[in-house]
Design a protein around this ligand. Structure first.
Ligand code: NAD
Length: 408
């Protein structure tokens, strides 16, 4: 598997020697194998433990079947194509409020008509043996309802970020999946993306000495009125939609949890887009090790998606860090240069991890508890902005208190 070479024993010295030998490019170049998604016949056998983790594409009849709930932009633009390059997942169901759209996408993606559901008859999915995982890709405030219904139907759940709109609903999702003994993974694609994982190793292995400071931003312009601008449907506007990348990635890089948050928000008074949610939010996070972080997110700025860590002897990061394509790493001093890592399909990586967890009975690397912790920080951001005071968060003494085993 391409990442193992890089993630074992990373430090500045072997970083220099490996880079000089050109090993990064050779060992990390992903092998992209394209498969046409095709529906399996009803009643195909449940997957059995395999050597899928070694990276070989599984034959269709051994793959884990996923149903997508919500056929909007993310599903059509990214997830349907990701099934075609996935090595362990296959698309076996679609759930939509729009029958014509569902029928068209089912035909184009090899899903049988019997495996199309709407929001009302969704619970019948319990009888569909071809579906092992339900992937929830709906507006944020609908995540808990479909997660709980999926768990009751005996299906594992992969749920888009942000997990939900309140701590209570996040906890309900965790409880429902635990009760039904099904897996719950939050779709934090950055944590499965090889360049961001390389950055994590540089932080954890102190490639430039201990990190002292991190800054991160994720801004874009939302031009049209849509659910993202509704408080009820989005929960937290730009913070849960884009700011969560800054929160989650900094936590992922450090493995630590923030002990304190301080925030400010801005909402232009006469702009109809920002009647219910803020336009721009800035916040700081303080970690027990002494690391300080500065973050910004917005629905009203030029596209900006980056982070930069400043360590004792250098600075490194990614710009851009969070888009679907074109990610770039940097490090200064430039000797050694950042590793050469080929682009991979971030959504296929994520699907394959979930499939691997189902096949081999593993806990996802980003389980429900990971999403709940981000929600706790999001709520602290709004409390701080409201009270203009720093908000203290619960302390967690161990690193990675919420993550499962590191993906292979
Ligand atoms: P979208 O608006 O394009 O699609 C939402 C889908 O939900 C549509 O098919 C719509 O018909 C359906 N829907 C059902 N009830 C609805 C309602 N009451 N209001 C609005 N739509 C309703 O949204 P999207 O961009 O696909 O986002 C879906 C989820 O995916 C969100 O949770 C979002 O945060 C997440 N997302 C994640 C990423 C990522 O990179 N991981 C990127 C984009 C979106």
């Amino acid at each position: 598997m391409e990442t193992i070479t890089f993630f074992t024993g990373f430090n500045r010295r072997n970083f220099i020697s490996r880079t000089a030998r050109g090993i990064f490019a050779a060992t990390l170049a992903p092998e992209i194998v394209r498969f046409a998604a095709s529906a399996e016949p009803m009643g195909s056998p449940a997957p059995t433990p395999t050597s899928a983790a070694q990276g070989e594409p599984l034959p269709q009849d051994q793959r884990v079947g996923f149903a997508l709930v919500g056929l909007g932009r993310l599903t059509q633009g990214q997830l349907l194509p990701a099934f075609r390059v996935s090595k362990r997942a296959k698309l076996t169901g679609l759930v939509s409020g729009d029958p014509a759209k569902a029928q068209k996408l089912a035909q184009e993606n090899g899903v049988s008509t019997e495996s199309i559901y709407d929001y009302k008859n969704f619970d019948r999915i319990r009888d569909n043996q071809d579906v092992q995982v339900v992937y929830v890709v709906l507006p944020n405030s609908m995540h808990a309802d479909f997660t709980e219904r999926s768990a009751r139907a005996g299906k594992h759940v992969l749920c888009e970020k942000p997990m939900e709109v309140s701590l209570m609903k996040c906890q309900q999702m965790i409880d429902a999946c635990r009760k039904a003994k099904v897996k719950l993974m939050i779709a934090y694609r950055i944590q499965y993306e090889p360049m961001n994982r390389a950055m994590q190793r540089m932080v954890r292995d102190k490639a430039f000495g201990p990190v002292k400071y991190i800054e991160s931003d994720n801004g874009q312009r939302v031009e049209k009125m849509e659910w993202r601008l509704s408080k009820a449907l989005s929960g937290s506007g730009a913070v849960g939609d884009v700011g969560i990348y800054c929160i989650n990635t900094i936590r992922f890089l450090l493995g630590e949890e923030p002990m304190e948050v301080f925030a400010r928000t801005f909402r232009p008074p006469s702009d109809p887009r920002f009647k219910e949610v803020d336009a721009t939010i800035i916040w700081q996070m303080r970690f027990a090790s002494g690391v300080l972080a500065n973050c910004m997110c917005s629905f009203d700025t030029y596209d900006t998606k980056s982070y930069r860590a400043v360590a004792e002897r250098g600075t490194f990061g990614m710009n851009p860090s969070f888009p679907y394509h074109g990610l770039k790493m940097f490090a200064k001093p430039e000797q050694p240069p950042p590793p050469q890592i080929a682009e991979s399909d971030q959504f296929a990586n994520e699907l394959d991890h979930m499939a691997d967890c189902v096949i081999n009975g593993r806990q996802p690397y980003t389980p429900g508890e990971e999403g709940l912790q981000d929600q706790r920080i999001i709520e602290a951001i709004f409390e701080s902005a409201r009270t203009t005071r720093a908000v203290t968060l619960p302390r967690f003494d161990k690193l990675d208190p919420f993550r499962g085993p590191i993906p292979e």
